[in-house]
Design a protein. Structure first.
Length: 211
């Protein structure tokens, strides 16, 4: 069995969604002074590799802490578009995965954009699901969709149509995944968010388990 870490490290100066503040990690106690080390952490709920709950954009919708822990674990399918120049991942691009998608709990989209982590290029021009493709995925009865980019929507789509389509179907999202080049077509995903009361989102530790 092989375990691949799909998670970016939370640290000062890391990329965050434009308009939000980066994380602050301050030393609160030290071994020299207090006999133990502890940090004070300040960050937005959608920092780093994180999960979005439907409550992120739908009033009164499900929060992350309302999901069972088992909902964050299961078979995943990787759809790799990293070698294609696409604005949108259309329904036709998902058709080759149709049979395998019916068996998966999670669809993971590899755009290749994690290679730009820490660069200005990370925030633009990555492909995202089209609304039609999102509606198709939403109808499959899956648990969630993940992507190795800052958002499941393109940055210019300011009304976040893909978020809304997937949230309305009860799916959650995983954004800012890393190291997808190290996994194959099918694997087991374990992605457990911090358990925060009424969480609209939360940082998560995501791993691929490969038999």
């Amino acid at each position: 069995m092989k375990i691949v870490d799909l998670t970016h490290t939370i640290e000062a100066g890391m990329p965050v969604f434009p308009g939000t503040e980066g994380p602050i990690l301050l030393p609160a106690n030290s071994v020299e002074r207090d006999g133990f080390a502890e940090k004070k952490l300040t960050f937005y709920s959608h920092t780093g590799t994180h999960m979005d709950a439907p409550a992120h954009m739908l009033k009164g919708a499900k929060t992350l802490d309302a999901y069972a822990a088992a909902d964050f674990y299961g078979p995943a399918l990787l759809a790799d578009f990293s070698q294609q120049s696409l604005a949108y991942i259309e329904l036709e691009h998902l058709r080759p995965y149709e049979e395998r998608l019916s068996q998966a709990h999670f669809l993971i989209l590899r755009t290749g954009w994690s290679q730009y982590w820490g660069m200005d290029a990370y925030f633009s021009d990555f492909p995202a699901l089209s609304p039609e493709a999102a509606a198709y995925v939403a109808a499959l009865g899956m648990r969630g969709v993940g992507i190795d980019a800052i958002s499941i929507d393109r940055m210019q789509d300011q009304h976040f149509p893909v978020h809304h389509i997937l949230f309305e179907a009860g799916l959650f999202m995983i954004e800012n995944l890393a190291n997808l080049e190290q996994v194959g077509l099918e694997f087991t995903l374990a992605c457990f968010p911090m358990k925060i009361k009424d969480a609209d989102g939360a940082p998560a530790r995501a791993v691929a388990i490969i038999d």
